[in-house]
Design a protein around this ligand. Structure first.
Ligand code: GLY
Ligand code: MN
Ligand code: MN
Length: 498
């Protein structure tokens, strides 16, 4: 459920009976629409079927989560838990405090039941007196009937959840996605405690985690609808990048340029999609050597490289994750271009390795070998260490001083998607058609790094693209964005025109 907010006693006004009567009458009947089943919900059916088949006879509880307090009585914008979004097809803003329960059926399979808080009847004071759910405060909300037809699931009032979770516990196993909603997890634990359980609390927690792992692993291969959402996310991201590139002269001129860049990307992300899929990294000069520079408080100066790592999240919550490193004035210096070209070569090697038959980890292996070679060619590896030696798992790894991160991660509803999958299903797994992942090598030479020549200090470059694995290779979803040094220079000089 939503995190607690303090009660605003200090500025609440008394409401008399006459006022409440006046407020609760004179409204037209609520529309109780019967919308079509959404496309997103149609695709969610097969996903729920997979979950149902994996956990026969068990009650499976997947909460959306609630509002999270930002400060005092203001919340962050609501975003549902990713497993909940995946299994319901619900996207942005929906539905705080909702809980999807897959209820096992005697004849096999599960009935999907969505518990949530529909708007209260008009004779209640909820609409004007409850600032978190009341329609006066937050806008209209779906009825049970509307949501049922839109999502193709049974819908029930949230007030019925507690009893539903406790029903037959003992004879029916219950698993809950623990990290989605602390209160729902507690409800499940209370229900289990009341049943004379033979399974220990630790084992039950382990069973819960196995459910979360399954749901995370289920997202490794995207269906066609999800791939279309990723295309949409990347397309919008490319447009936002164009706006950033167009705004570089202004970012230099105004001062506080990293903020300007962040704002430009955010504007387009919000306009084209739901917003940014993660905090944008807008890092100029030496800030580009900080991998997750999300403070974005610095200047953009003539002559800087500006590393922009950002992605638009669609209304359905799928996010892109793209990085371009841009010469602020349209021309790479010789040293900047040298680093850029090495990173590009590493990315090309990574992209070539992104194909079925290879393992996920082969992408990194291919890219990092090119990075190691460049560092060796430039004489940066320790005395006597050759490429083979530095690539050795235990004895080497010296090159990682300048690229400490991995080259790839799965991408989808979460920017680091499928994070609970086992190593065997992720890093060590074979790539399969429909997987969506990033290829993002980089090189980062900090301004105070005394082991690199002066001209490389303060240069950070990352190039990141999003690919979908195909039957015989991969398709670069973000290929519409310039990537070679020449093409990037042309793009910047043309003010963001591709
Ligand atoms: N934007 C974070 C990452 O590239 O993983
Ligand atoms: Mn990434
Ligand atoms: Mn990124």
């Amino acid at each position: 459920m939503s995190e607690k907010q303090p009660k605003a006693e200090h500025r609440s006004r008394p409401t008399g009976a006459a006022f409440r009567r006046f407020m609760t009458q004179g409204w037209a009947a609520r529309a109780d629409a019967r919308p079509d089943l959404t496309e997103a919900a149609r695709y969610a059916v097969a996903r729920r079927d997979a979950v149902s088949a994996a956990f026969p006879g068990e009650r499976l509880v997947v909460p959306a989560g609630g509002f999270k307090v930002r400060s005092n009585d203001t919340d962050y914008v609501f975003r549902p838990h990713s497993a909940f979004a995946h299994l319901t097809g619900l996207g942005a803003d929906r539905e705080p405090d909702a809980v999807l329960v897959l209820e096992p059926l005697a004849e096999g399979g599960h009935e999907p039941v969505l518990y949530f808080r529909p708007p209260a009847d008009r004779d209640s004071d909820e609409s004007f007196a409850d600032s978190r759910v009341g329609e006066f405060w937050v806008g209209d909300r779906p009825t049970l009937r509307t949501a049922a037809t839109e999502l193709g699931v049974t819908t029930r009032h949230l007030d019925e959840l507690s009893d539903a979770l406790a029903k037959d516990v003992g004879s029916v196993g219950v698993r809950v996605v623990r990290d989605a909603d602390q209160e729902v997890t507690s409800l499940v634990e209370q229900a289990r405690a009341q049943a004379a359980e033979t399974v220990s609390a630790e084992e039950q927690t382990e069973q819960d985690l196995a459910l979360a792992r399954f749901l995370s692993t289920l997202r490794l291969v995207k269906d066609e609808w999800e791939v279309a959402r990723m295309e949409e996310a990347v397309e919008a991201t490319a447009e936002a990048f164009d706006a950033v590139v167009a705004g570089l002269p202004e970012a230099i001129r105004r001062g506080r340029g990293e903020r300007w860049v962040e704002g430009l990307f955010g504007l387009h992300a919000r306009h084209r999609g739901n917003g940014v899929g993660y905090d944008s990294i807008c890092a100029a000069g030496d800030h580009a050597t900080t991998l997750h520079w999300i403070r974005n408080t610095g200047e953009v100066r003539d002559g800087d490289l500006v590393l922009v790592d950002a992605g638009v999240e669609t209304d359905a919550l799928y996010t892109a994750d793209v990085t371009r490193t841009l010469p602020a004035n349209g021309t790479f210096t010789e040293a900047q271009r040298r680093v850029y070209d090495a990173v590009l070569a590493a990315q090309e090697a990574g992209l070539a390795a992104a194909r079925p038959g290879n393992r996920f980890s082969d992408i990194h292996a291919a890219a990092i070998a090119v990075v190691a070679e460049a560092l060796h060619d430039w004489g940066l590896l320790p005395e006597g260490v050759d490429v083979e030696e530095t690539l050795h798992e235990e004895r080497g790894q010296f090159h990682r001083r300048w690229m400490v991160h991995g080259t790839s991660h799965h991408l989808g509803i979460d920017v680091h998607d499928c994070a609970q999958a086992l190593r065997a299903d992720y890093l060590d797994a074979e790539l399969r058609e429909g997987m969506v992942l990033t290829v993002e090598p980089g090189l980062y030479f900090k301004s105070d790094d005394e082991l690199v020549p002066e001209e490389l200090r303060g240069i950070g470059v990352r190039i990141e693209d999003d690919v979908v694995i195909t039957a015989d290779g991969c398709r670069n979803l973000s290929a519409m964005l310039p990537r070679t040094a020449d093409d990037v220079e042309r793009w910047v000089r043309a003010g963001g025109q591709r």
